[in-house]
Design a protein around this ligand. Structure first.
Ligand code: AMP
Length: 444
């Protein structure tokens, strides 16, 4: 399939050629024709699937081919994003796709002065990327009118609700023209998101694409909970117990790589490390020795491992979980290739629970936990599941104060030290879902 066969116009095809996009991703193949046909969309797709081009390309095409010129202080399309970072990123992509088109684009978000944004909006913009709070401010100060709006995109809708923007979304909903096209993208489809979609969308087409590379069916994955300081010891224990022969190990930082390699070498284990501080030639040599089995254990950071040409490995160890959940998929993608079975084991401490939760949400599975006898952590790793929630075990109630007797007595705190880790992460805020009471809206 080509982008041309999806019906995109020549200036967009040229931009894609410049960017080196050759084939549409699955979400693009499904979204582009539907959006061009004017349909509302409810798409389960996350970052990395190519979703931005999936909505931006047809949107740019519709704005180029139809509709009036944008009026002062107006926008013809609005892309709502949960964070300033995402707003900037989406805007940068949209601007790249629009490089050969006579359209204007702009991004607004909070945390910076509103005045330059108000000035910029005076002439109007075809596509406005915005975070919810700043959009409302601009609207209330009459810097932005939405009566010309043709299309609304809700990007990462689940994160907007997670971040507590439900009230803002309800307010924005009331500001929108009834006749419009709405596209909703979300990594997960909880009941809250379905409710939001039911209120905002009109007969939407549902699209679902699985995250890239979660071909991990052939990879047995599990987690061993452990205290942070005992990870090296556990690693050596598991290595000896499992008689590991060739293992690629991922650590989070350069220092982490060096420390583990030193420890292993100190025990007489044949290990080497690669990270961004080492010259390319040294990295290549370590890799060659690993491939030819001269080195048994190769410890790497994500950056150093990217692009490593390693055909297939029986075992990948996550000594630390990656900060970016997507890197987990890249890491475990190095095993279980071409129908072979592989194993991916993650050593996880209480500090890493949010990363574990993000990985489970991305891969849509709850990773099995296997306790290793004698390594049970003192700091419990809170429960997680594929919904992205970290389940905090309720604290035991404080023992009631003794009544009567001789005044105040310090009874001490009644807390089970195994339950509450010192750095236990906070729980995500409870989501509030907006209640929209506007009647049904007409289709464009
Ligand atoms: P997104 O999921 O929209 O954040 O996109 C993820 C990355 O994939 C971005 O760096 C895009 O530039 C890139 N990308 C999107 N679509 C394609 C495509 N069809 N071919 C190659 N790269 C793409």
């Amino acid at each position: 399939m080509t982008f041309a066969s999806l019906g995109l116009i020549e200036p967009l095809l040229r931009a894609l050629e410049t960017l080196g996009y050759q084939t549409p991703t699955p979400v693009q193949a499904q979204a582009i024709p539907a959006v061009l046909a004017g349909r509302d969309l409810m798409a389960a797709a996350q970052t990395g699937t190519g979703k931005t081009a999936g909505f931006a390309l047809p949107l740019l095409q519709l704005l180029t081919l139809e509709g009036p010129k944008v009026a002062a202080n107006s926008a013809r399309a609005l892309i709502l994003c949960p964070t300033r970072e995402l707003a900037e990123q989406v805007h940068a992509s949209v601007a790249e796709y629009a490089q050969n088109l006579p359209l204007t684009t702009y991004a607004v978000y909070g945390g910076v002065s509103i005045n330059p944004q108000m000035m910029k909006l005076r002439k109007g913009v075809d596509i406005l990327v915005a975070t919810p709070g700043r959009l409302i401010d601009l609207f209330r100060q009459n810097a932005l009118k939405l009566n010309q709006l043709q299309t609304l995109v809700l990007d990462e809708a689940d994160r907007m609700l997670d971040l507590g923007f439900s009230e803002e979304l309800a307010n924005i909903y009331r500001m929108l023209p009834k006749k419009r096209q709405t596209l909703l993208f979300s990594a997960t489809f909880s009941d809250d998101i379905r409710l939001l979609a039911g209120q905002m969308l009109n007969d939407p087409l549902s699209i679902e694409v699985s995250p890239r590379n979660v071909a991990a069916n052939t990879v047995k994955q599990w987690v061993v909970p452990v205290d942070k300081k005992r990870k090296p010891e556990l690693f050596v224990h598991l290595m000896r117990k499992g008689r590991w022969k060739q293992v690629l190990v991922f650590a989070k930082t350069r220092n982490g790589v060096d420390a583990l390699v030193d420890k292993l070498q100190g025990l007489g284990i044949n290990a080497d490390g690669i990270h961004g501080d080492k010259p390319q030639a040294t990295r290549q040599r370590a890799l060659d020795r690993f491939k030819s089995s001269e080195v048994q254990i190769l410890v790497a950071t994500d950056v150093a491992a990217r692009g490593l040409d390693i055909e297939d490995l029986p075992l990948v160890i996550n000594f630390d979980l990656p900060i970016v959940a997507e890197d987990y998929i890249h890491r475990i993608g190095r095993t279980g290739r071409a129908g072979n079975t592989g194993e991916a084991i993650s050593l996880v401490c209480a500090d890493e629970v949010n990363m574990l939760s993000a990985i489970e949400m991305l891969t849509r599975q709850t990773l099995t936990r296997k306790m290793e006898p004698d390594f049970e952590p003192e700091h419990r790793v809170p429960d997680t599941d594929a919904s992205g929630q970290v389940v905090k075990k309720p604290k035991k109630p404080k023992k009631p104060k003794a009544s009567g007797g001789g005044g105040k007595r310090n009874l001490g705190k009644w807390v089970d030290s195994g339950d509450v880790a010192p750095s236990e992460p906070s729980i995500k805020p409870v989501r509030k879902v907006p209640v929209f009471n506007t009647g049904p809206r007409k289709k464009k």
